[in-house]
Each structure stands twice: as C-alpha cells, then as structure tokens.
Design a protein around this ligand. Structure first.
Ligand code: NAD
Length: 292
C-alpha cells in the first residue's frame, strides 16, 4: 500500500515515521521545506508538490493545522491529481461542518474519505499510541484500520463522515469543563484552609475522581509527573485546547445545544490563551482561579 503524507509537522512527522517503520512506502509533502528534509531522514520519500505526492498513492493522509488548510487543499487540484478510488484520511482537528464538506468534495471526485482526528499529543504520535476517532463509511474504515493500528492504540469508528470530529470536540469540551471545575475546587479548598495533598487524597478516591484530578492534577505536588508539577509543560497546550473549544462553540451554535458550561469553558480558555500561556499545559488555567 502506497501512502502520501501531507503535513509533516509536530504530529505528522512522527506518524509518517511510524508508518515507514511498519514497512509502508510513504511519500511526504509539507509547505515548509525543512519539514520535508527532516522526514526524509526518517525514510519518508520527499515529494516536490502535494500533487506529486498523491498521484500514485492508495491512501492520502493529511495532518494540517486547521479546516481551511484541508478545504483549500481538497479544492485546489489535489483530489484530481489522485487515482479514482484513493482513500483520503484527514487526521487534522477541524470543524464538523468542514469535515462533512471535505468528505463531500472527495466523494464527488470519486474517492473514499475518513475524518480521523486524534488525541494523545505529540508523545502519543511519537510512540504510536494515539487514539483515533473515525467518521466515514465502513469499507473506508476497514481499509484504513491497519494504518491506524500502526499510529495508534485505540481506534473508534464513530459513524458517518463528521462523527470522528464530533467525538473529538465533544470529548475535549467535557475535559475542559472538568478541568476548570477541578481547578475551582482546588482554589476554593486552598481558600478554606485545605492543603492540596489533603484535597487530592479526598478527590482522587471519591465521586469527584477524574483524569483531571488523578493524572493532570492542576496543582503541583500530588502527582509528580503531571504538567503542574513540571512548570506546566504540556501535556496538552492551552492554545490547542482553545482551538478545540472554538470548534465546540461552532458546533454548539449550529446545533442549538444549550451547552452553557461548554460556552463558558470556550470563553475561559479563549481569554486565558495569551502569548505567555498558549504553550503551557491547559491545567495552568488554575492561575485564573487563585488569589494573588
Ligand atoms: P503543526 O503546525 O506542527 O503541523 C502542521 C503542518 O502542516 C505544518 O508543518 C504545516 O507547514 C503543514 N501544512 C499546512 N498546510 C499545508 C499544505 N497545504 N500542504 C502541506 N503541508 C501543509 O501542527 P500539529 O501540532 O502537527 O497538529 C496538526 C493537527 O493535529 C492540528 O489540527 C491539531 O489541532 C491536531 N492535534 C495536535 C495535537 C498536538 O499535541 N500537537 C494533538 C491532537 C491533535
């Protein structure tokens, strides 16, 4: 199976390398030359253009920053350059509506498509332990599954086109709300005279137990390997959480869902996402809840 990999950035470079490591023939392209060169060192054959990368590919994987990059690529000759029946997999995190639009464009050009966003961050991309949330037809999913199993550990077929992106943003919206709630609990506990360790001992073993407490605890100390105990190094960066919550906001508005807490989380992270904070782990939002 020949693979074209477009978008060799923080995530894509690792994913492409893992596919090469599993024995697949991978041709790569990025608009940044150094990204192509770095991936060439990993065994990814460099392509001159995106079209050049896809002409003889069985599968095309895109890993771009945002929906506009995917739609621009799909609308600008990429689909026409591929053989009919090529499987286009977009693993970027983009809006549900954009994913549905991208699938329509690809299907109309005679191709199979999947939206297959991931979670697990750059560490998961590097180790091949990503979670894939996949939307699209069963035959497309069956064809892509062996590739997902190289790049990831947990593969979930969510339904038709767009449902992979839906699963991704819904999950991250719940995570953001949960993290803000946990941060407020620790801030209030501190103001009431509770030590972080005491509150952790209670919350990590009570009904308030969650990943935001036991793994990504927002205060330094109780979980030594958490970002908070390591200068809030991500983890999952605030900038990416703010991006995903903006996609959640779009979905909340387009579906008229009364998701007040999701919108509050969107506003909180949009405000918190400044130059000096966007690279910090998203649990650093606790700073906005603490006195002084
Ligand atoms: P990145 O900016 O490091 O990589 C994107 C790459 O795409 C860049 O190298 C860019 O030059 C390239 N690119 C843009 N337009 C292109 C085009 N038309 N043709 C070829 N290359 C093009 O971003 P990333 O961190 O790798 O994230 C990629 C996607 O994965 C984003 O949608 C992000 O939200 C999502 N994601 C990221 C993480 C993470 O921890 N970084 C985790 C989960 C999901």
């Amino acid at each position: 199976m020949k693979i074209a990999f477009l978008g060799l950035g923080n995530m894509g470079s690792h994913m492409a390398r893992n596919l090469v490591g599993a024995g697949y023939s991978v041709k790569g392209f990025d608009v940044v030359d150094t990204a192509i060169k770095n991936s060439a060192d990993d065994g990814v054959a460099p392509a001159e253009t995106a079209e050049d990368a896809v002409t003889d590919a069985d599968v095309v994987i895109t890993m771009f920053p945002a929906g506009k990059h995917v739609l621009e690529a799909y609308s600008s000759g990429l689909l026409a350059a591929a053989q009919p029946g090529t499987l286009f997999i977009d693993s970027s995190t983009i809006a549900v509506d954009d994913a549905v639009e991208a699938a329509k464009l690809a299907n109309n050009a005679g191709h199979l498509t999947l939206d297959a966003p991931v979670s697990g961050g750059t560490a998961g991309a590097e180790k091949g332990t990503l979670t894939f949330m996949v939307g699209g037809r069963q035959d497309a999913f069956d064809k892509a599954k062996p590739l997902f199993e190289v790049m990831g550990r947990q593969i979930v077929h969510a339904g038709e086109s767009g449902t992979g992106q839906a699963a991704k943003i819904v999950n991250n919206m719940a995570l953001a709300i949960n993290t803000i709630g946990t941060a407020e609990a620790f801030a209030l506990g501190e103001n009431l005279g509770l030590s972080n360790q005491t509150l952790y001992d209670v919350m990590s073993t009570s009904a308030a137990q969650s990943w935001a407490v036991t793994t990504n605890c927002p205060v330094p100390g109780p979980v030594p390997e958490s970002p908070s105990s390591n200068d809030y190094r991500p983890g999952f960066a605030t900038g990416l959480m703010a991006k995903d919550l903006n996609l959640a906001r779009e979905a909340i508005e387009s579906t008229n869902t009364p998701a007040d807490f999701g919108l509050a989380a969107y506003r909180a992270y949009t405000e918190f996402n400044a130059e000096d904070t966007s690279g910090k782990d998203f649990s650093a939002i606790i700073a906005t809840k603490q006195k002084g």
